[in-house]
Design a protein around this ligand. Structure first.
Ligand code: SF4
Length: 76
């Protein structure tokens, strides 16, 4: 089992919460907006990730903690 993660990057306010809370999956992109780390990126899309089961708590915590609710997590 794995999880799909999507960041509505254009709505990100660069608060740093997600990459502080879950640096295994999120990082600050060169444009200052939240991005999926290269390891879990789908294709070259900074906004799309596929992460393994054991990072569920990490990604859901980051999604819950996003003040503008732009991180979506979906079980595959
Ligand atoms: S928590 Fe949300 S607003 Fe803050 S950096 Fe991450 S995606 Fe952007």
């Amino acid at each position: 089992m794995a999880f799909r993660v999507h960041i509505e990057r254009e709505e990100c306010i660069s608060c740093a919460a997600c990459w502080s809370d879950c640096p295994e999956v999120f990082e600050e992109g060169d444009d200052g907006l939240s991005s999926i780390v290269e390891q879990y990126r789908v294709g070259d899309d900074l906004a799309e990730g596929r992460v393994p089961d054991d990072l569920e708590d990490c990604v859901t915590s980051a999604a819950d903690g996003c003040p503008v609710e732009v991180i979506e997590v979906e079980e595959e």
